[in-house]
Write a protein that binds this ligand. Structure first.
Ligand SMILES: Cc1cc2nc3c(=O)[nH]c(=O)nc-3n(C[C@H](O)[C@H](O)[C@H](O)COP(=O)(O)OP(=O)(O)OC[C@H]3O[C@@H](n4cnc5c(N)ncnc54)[C@H](O)[C@@H]3O)c2cc1C
Length: 461
C-alpha cells in the first residue's frame, strides 16, 4: 500500500497485552480491495493476533429508509460470510457505532478505521478517538483512505474549483496509487466468541424490526453486495462499455449502475480501474471508452469527495455554492414561476412534463436515475419551486430519500452543481439567472426520449 493512504493516530510500541486487532468497518463495506482491512490483517500477522471486524448498524441513520438498509445489509451479509471463510470474526451490533464500539476497544491491541468523507462520518470517527484518549487507552490507532483512487488529502488540500483543476493533480498521482496486490492470509485464525446482535440470515426480519421509515420499499431491481455489483460490472464490460461515449443518452441505457455499490463501499473504484486497465491492454476496451469512464469514476467522483471534505456547509443552501451564483439567484428571486408543484405531485408523476415524470418513476420505483436525467430533473425543480432555497431543499430531500446511492459525496456535489458549483455563469435567463438552464427542447434535440419513457412506464405496470 502507498504509505500516503495511512494516518497513524496513535502509535504503540510495547508488549502485546490484548486479544485482537479491530477493524471498524464503516465507509468501506467490503473485503476485496480494502486497504484498511488489509493493514489490520498485516498488523495482526506481525503480532500473531486474530482479526475482528466490527460494524455498528445505526438504527436511525439520517434520511435512510428500508430501501437503503436492505441494500446495505445484503452487502454486509456477504461480508460476514466471506469473513468467516477467511477466519476473521465479524461482529454486527445494532446501535450507534460510537457507543457500540466502546466495549470492543477494551480487548483490542490496535484499531484500524476506514476514512469517511462526509461531516457525519468525520464526526463519528472524532468521537471514538476522543473516547479513546479520554480513557487513556493506549491502543495503536490508524485511519486508512481506501475508498478513493488518490487519497482526498493527497490529491488536494483545498476546495477545488472544478474538474479542470483537480484532473491534472489526480492524473499525475494515479500510477502511485495502483497499490492493492492481494489480501493477506490471516495468520492467527482464532475465531472469537463475540456475539453479534443479528446473524443477517433473515434481512427482511431485521429490517422490519428497525424503527426506520418503512414507506420507501427496497428496490425490486438492484440488490446489494460485492457479487451483485460485480455482475453488473461484467454486464457493463461485455455489453456497454465500448459505447460509453454515447452514454449521456438516457434511452440507450449504457451506464454501469455502479454508483450504489460505490456509495456503500461494496466495491472499490481501484478494483474497477485495475480490471478495466487490464481489459484495455488486451484491446477488449477502447482507449476512448476507458478514458471516458475513468473521467467519471475517478475524476468526477474524487472531485465530489474533495468538495464535501473541504467545503464547510456543503449540505446547506446558504453555503454550498459560489458568490456569483448567490448573486444571480438573488436577482431572480422574485421572477414569475409558470408552474409550481408539490413533492406529492412529483412522487405521483403528476407534472406536465412526461420526461420529468419518467425520471421520477425511475427514482421512486427503482432507486436509481440516469445521470443526464438527474441534471434535467433537478433543473426542472428549480424552475417549478417558489424559491431557489425551496428547490434545493426539495431536491436534496427526494435525492436522499429515494436514490440507493443518496447521501453520497456525489449527491451533495451533483445538487450543488445545479446551483453553479464547479460550473460557470451562462447566459442570463428568467428564474435561473446565470445558472445553467436545461429544457425539454434541448433534451429532445439531443436524444430520442421515447424508449426511456417506455422503459420507465414498465415499472408502473
Ligand atoms: C442533481 C444530481 C444528483 C446526483 N445525485 C447523486 C447521488 O445521490 N449519488 C451518486 O452517487 N451520484 C449522484 N449524482 C452523480 C451521477 O449522476 C451518478 O453518480 C451517476 O448517474 C451514477 O450512475 P452510474 O453508476 O450508472 O454512472 P456511470 O456513468 O456508469 O459512472 C460510473 C461512476 O462514475 C461516477 N460518476 C458518474 N457521473 C458522475 C458525476 N456526475 N459526478 C460524480 N461522479 C460521477 C459514479 O461513481 C458512477 O458510479 C448526481 C448528479 C446530479 C446532477
Amino acid at each position: 500500500m502507498n504509505e500516503l493512504r495511512r494516518k497513524i493516530i496513535n502509535s504503540k510500541e510495547r508488549e502485546i497485552t490484548k486479544k485482537y486487532v479491530l477493524y471498524w468497518m464503516q465507509q468501506s463495506q467490503r473485503i476485496h480491495f480494502n486497504h484498511a482491512l488489509n493493514e489490520a490483517i498485516q498488523y495482526g500477522n506481525d503480532k500473531n493476533l486474530p482479526i475482528v471486524i466490527f460494524f455498528g448498524l445505526t438504527p436511525h441513520y439520517p434520511e435512510a429508509n428500508e430501501r437503503h438498509y436492505t441494500f446495505m445489509l445484503e452487502g454486509l451479509k456477504e461480508v460476514s460470510r466471506i469473513s468467516a471463510h477467511f477466519k476473521i470474526t465479524f461482529v454486527l451490533k445494532i446501535g450507534h457505532p460510537v457507543e457500540e464500539i466502546k466495549p470492543l476497544l477494551n480487548d483490542a491491541e490496535a484499531l484500524f478505521m476506514d476514512m469517511g468523507y462526509l461531516k457525519i462520518q468525520k464526526e463519528m470517527r472524532q468521537e471514538v478517538l476522543k473516547y479513546i484518549f479520554d480513557q487513556e487507552n493506549d491502543l495503536h490507532v490508524e485511519m486508512i483512505d481506501t475508498d478513493l483512487m488518490v487519497p482526498v488529502e493527497v490529491a488536494s488540500q483545498k476546495v477545488e474549483y472544478g474538474a479542470y483543476t483537480i484532473r491534472p493533480k489526480i492524473r499525475k498521482l494515479i500510477e502511485n496509487f495502483r497499490d492493492f496486490f492481494h489480501l493477506h492470509v490471516v495468520k492467527n485464525q482464532t475465531l472469537l466468541n463475540i456475539k453479534s446482535d443479528h446473524d443477517l440470515d433473515d434481512i427482511k426480519q431485521l429490517v422490519t424490526q428497525l424503527s426506520i421509515d418503512h414507506t420507501v420499499k427496497k428496490s425490486p431491481i438492484y440488490h446489494g453486495g460485492y457479487i451483485e455489483g460485480m455482475k453488473l460490472f461484467h454486464d457493463f464490460v461485455s455489453e456497454k462499455i465500448n459505447r460509453y461515449p454515447e452514454s449521456n443518452d438516457p434511452s440507450l441505457n449504457l451506464t454501469s449502475k455502479l454508483s450504489m455499490y460505490l456509495h456503500f463501499g461494496q466495491i472499490s473504484s481501484l478494483e474497477l480501474y485495475e480490471r478495466l486497465y487490464q481489459l484495455t491492454l488486451q484491446h477488449q476496451i477502447t482507449g476512448e471508452a476507458f478514458d471516458g469512464f475513468v473521467e467519471q469514476l475517478i475524476i468526477r467522483r474524487e472531485l465530489a469527495h474533495n468538495y464535501v471534505y473541504y467545503q464547510k456547509g456543503y449540505d446547506k443552501f446558504e453555503t454550498m455554492t459560489e458568490p456569483w451564483a448567490y448573486q444571480t439567484m438573488e436577482m431572480h428571486h422574485e421572477d414569475l414561476r409558470n408552474y409550481l408543484y408539490s413533492i406529492e405531485d412529483y412522487i405521483n408523476f403528476q407534472t406536465h412534463d412526461p420526461y420529468f415524470n419518467a425520471a421520477m418513476k425511475e427514482m421512486v420505483l427503482t432507486g436509481y436515475m440516469h445521470n443526464y436525467m438527474r441534471m434535467y430533473w433537478a433543473k426542472k425543480i428549480i424552475e417549478w419551486s417558489n424559491t431557489h432555497k425551496e428547490a434545493f431543499e426539495i431536491i436534496t430531500y427526494l435525492n436522499n430519500r429515494y436514490f440507493i446511492d443518496g447521501r453520497d459525496a456525489n449527491s451533495f456535489t451533483g445538487i450543488a452543481w445545479c446551483f453553479g458549483k464547479h460550473d460557470r455563469p451562462w447566459q442570463e435567463r428568467p428564474i435561473f439567472g446565470k445558472l445553467r438552464y436545461m429544457n425539454q427542447a434541448g433534451l429532445l434535440r439531443k436524444f430520442n426520449m421515447e424508449p426511456y419513457v417506455k422503459r420507465m412506464n414498465l415499472f408502473t405496470k
